[in-house]
Ligand binder design. Structure first.
Ligand code: 3H9
Length: 707
């Protein structure tokens, strides 16, 4: 007998075969999400062969252990050579099985996971299951027969909608569409599958593979594809994979199955090779990676958050209260004036009712959420809150007064958070007498919509408090990113540099339209000046005016933007800002009045305008951001490039197919960026162009930033 030291480790087999009566059960058990990686693929083939060879098995059943059915191909394998059997080979094997195969779905059947189910002869789902083909969100298309089988089951129009949106459907909807054959209410997926197998065997009919069904696609209107292409060209001009998805589904209705499948493969591989796939997959992992804060050990204890207080019933406070109510957490909403409280609560209700009108909430849900928000003028009602988020006026004096009061009122261990976007969190924390319980929770407007939450760790914030708020961010559907204390934290500090450069470009000769066009062509949903109009010019103008009146030596001289604000052009809310807007429309229209104001401003400053190339706009707006991001890394305000990527992806509309600011910078070439930054440092100067030492070092060493 070999000694224990000589015993070879038995390779973990993620797929098991076992018989239950007449049914051969194939169980996939590959935590956390049963991704169809190499081990699962070979395991599925081996188990299928075992089932087909088992004379006692008249039907086969595929189920998954753990929390979910297979959630897709293993994304971590993408970009590496694919070891056989490939997923298309696995599904082909299933499709041609000589015994009926049933898939029983719980949790989420996504991507390659759903494609496995589509290649089975029968699909059943438990009531809570969700089914979808989200490949488009990763810059891909379903590459294991999904684009060919789904239309055959549910029709081309519905299949295109599902594959292009990437959004899953619930079990009941899947049943109505014809995607599953039955929905089982109660019991496990195994029980549901065994019941389906029993029915199938009692019925005795031999099921038809989906690949041979043509009824649902026979009468597809060819105009469908022309219309979809036109729609995509308008709505998603930058994206690569949606257009390939239309081509693949068209192939499903115009070509025999085998040829359609070959076409799908070709299109899938083209998507796999596209830089957009790499960017979107980086964005997928970035969202998950930021939850793991360096230096904060996994398993750090957290505090229970059962009740939250929000101070300030303005737009921000109201939005923050909604975030908690949406997650079922009761909120005490405190304001200093009855009128403000009433206005704020009414705005929250209006917001929920607008969502209900769009069909995304029922009237009962609106009432439930409103009932979770308790408005009050009294701080004493915060006594039993586990967390209080302050969203009051942006003034250190106001905030310190509030935090002093919170320190006196709140129970020991309550977490005290400020939503400040500019003030020093440590100075606010000092006022409480318990700085270890204080941090920043920087929400982005509209707070109930934007997914980013900068979690600002103060000098004395305890690990428990940070871990609690990071976990809470996830619970309320936010992407929480831990950052350090500095003016503007990470997101706004970078935005500020882009804003400064955008203004300078216009002063030198570019138009706001040109700057915005270059940014939207890059992939931002809004250009810098459209965004300024949306946020409101008056806010920044008032702050700048205050600083000028106070004689702040660092206050900026009045600009053409300040002139617009003086004229009451506050942006979209007054239908006029950097652009003008038709009543009820958000479409920016260039305005000769603004061009004249800019011209006048240049004259006043003695600037002779010059033609500015699009390339210069692109470099100055984007490279200045990269330079600032590198400084933020140097200073340790953000721990990793991925944190900055996630912040700009989820808070500022950075195009997800570019992966994030620093992922993109690495693709663009740090050498080129560093050289250009140095050139602008010489030619233009200013602290924003002083090159980051980290940027120069990475460029010189030819390595990506942060590695
Ligand atoms: C595809 O299928 C292509 C095919 O058509 C063609 C092939 C030829 N692979 O999100 P969570 C990890 S494309 C590898 O926090 P949740 C994730 O990184 C694929 N890993 O949990 C995390 O790891 P960690 C199409 C994956 O409960 C852990 O699992 N499928 C994968 O909030 C937990 O994830 C998709 O796009 C994967 N496929 O949500 C589905 N999925 O703990 C993508 C997850 O180390 N996945 N991980 O940070 C999801 O949407 C969500 O993860 C899911 C669970 C809803 C499943």
């Amino acid at each position: 007998m070999p000694s224990p030291a000589q015993t070879e480790a038995v390779p973990f087999n993620p797929v098991q075969y076992a018989r239950r009566g007449q049914v051969g059960v194939i169980t996939v058990d590959y935590p956390p999400v049963n991704a169809v990686g190499h081990g699962v693929r070979s395991g599925l083939v081996a188990a299928l062969d075992a089932g087909l060879a088992d004379d006692g098995a008249d039907a086969l059943l595929i189920v998954c252990a753990g929390r979910t059915f297979m959630a897709g191909a293993d994304i971590r394998e993408f970009g590496k050579p694919s070891a056989p059997p490939t997923l298309p080979e696995v599904v082909a094997h299933l499709d041609s099985a000589t015994k009926p195969v049933i898939a029983s779905i719980h949790g989420t059947a996504l991507g390659g996971g759903l494609e496995v189910a589509l290649a089975c002869h029968v699909r059943v789902a438990v009531k809570t299951a969700k089914l979808g083909l989200p490949e488009v969100k990763l810059g891909l298309l379903p590459g294991a027969g999904g684009t060919q089988r789904l239309p055959r089951l549910i029709g081309a129009t519905e299949a295109l909608d599902m594959i292009l949106s990437g959004d899953p459907v619930g079990a009941e909807e899947a049943l109505a569409l014809g995607l599953v054959d039955a929905v089982e209410d109660g019991g496990s997926a195994l029980e549901a599958g065994l019941r389906a197998a029993e029915r199938l065997l009692a019925n005795g009919s031999s099921p038809q593979p989906v690949s041979t069904r043509t009824g649902r696609i026979a009468c597809t209107d060819p105009g469908l594809f022309t219309a979809k292409r036109a729609d995509l060209a308008k709505r998603q001009p930058h994206l690569f994979s949606p257009h390939r998805i239309v081509d693949a589904v068209e192939a499903a209705v115009t070509l025999p199955f085998a040829e359609g499948t070959a076409r799908e493969r070709e299109l899938f591989l083209a998507c796999m090779d596209s830089p957009q796939r790499a960017g979107l997959i980086h964005a997928f992992f970035a969202e998950r990676e930021v939850a793991k804060v360096p230096g904060l050990p996994a398993g750090t204890p957290t505090r229970d958050i059962r009740k939250v207080g929000v101070i300030g019933a303005g737009t921000m406070g109201g939005g923050i209260a909604m975030c908690f109510a949406n997650a079922g957490i009761p909120v005490v909403l405190v304001d200093s004036a009855q009128e403000g409280l009433e206005r704020g609560t009414a705005a929250i209700r209006r917001n929920y009712e607008a969502t209900a009108r769009k069909g995304r909430l029922t009237a009962a849900q609106v009432d439930e959420r409103m009932a979770l928000i308790h408005p009050t003028l009294s701080y004493t009602e915060l006594g039993d809150a586990d967390l209080v988020v302050e969203a009051a006026f942006e003034s250190m004096e106001v905030k310190q007064t509030i935090f002093r009061r919170l320190g006196e009122t709140c129970k020991p261990g309550a977490i005290l958070a400020t939503n400040t976007s500019t003030l020093d969190v440590d100075a606010i924390a000092a006022a409480t007498g318990r700085p270890q319980d204080v941090l920043g929770m920087h929400f982005f407007s509209p707070a109930n919509v934007m997914r980013l939450l900068e979690v600002v760790r103060g000098a004395k914030t305890s690990d428990t408090v940070l871990a609690t708020v990071m976990a809470l961010a996830r619970r309320i559907g936010k992407v929480g990113v831990a950052v350090g204390v500095c003016y503007g934290f990470v997101g706004n500090r970078i935005l500020h540099q882009r804003g400064r450069e955008s203004m300078a470009l216009v002063e030198e000769g570019a138009s706001p339209e040109q700057v915005d066009r270059v940014l939207t062509e890059f992939g931002f949903p809004l250009g810098h000046f459209s965004m300024t109009d949306l946020a409101g010019i008056d806010v920044g103008w008032r702050i700048r005016e205050e600083r000028r009146k106070a004689g702040d030596p660092e206050a900026q001289a009045p600009s053409w933007l300040d002139t617009l604000a003086e004229r009451g052009r506050y942006g979209q809310k007054t239908s006029a800002g950097v652009y003008r807007y038709e009543p009820g429309s958000r479409t920016p229209i260039p305005d000769p009045e603004v061009a004249a104001v800019i011209e006048e401003d240049r004259r006043r400053r003695g600037i002779t305008p010059r033609p500015v190339s699009d390339e210069e706009v692109r470099e100055r707006c984007l490279y200045v951001m990269v330079n600032e991001a590198a400084k933020i890394l140097e200073e340790g305000i953000a721990a990793r490039p991925v944190d900055i990527d996630a912040i700009w992806l989820h808070g500022y509309g950075f195009p997800s197919w570019r992966g994030g600011l620093l992922f993109w910078a690495n693709q663009e070439g740090l050498g080129r960026i560093a050289e250009t930054v140095q050139r602008y440092d010489r030619d233009i100067g200013g602290p924003q162009w002083r090159p980051s030492a980290l940027l120069l070092k990475c460029a010189a060493e030819g390595r990506p930033i942060g590695c």
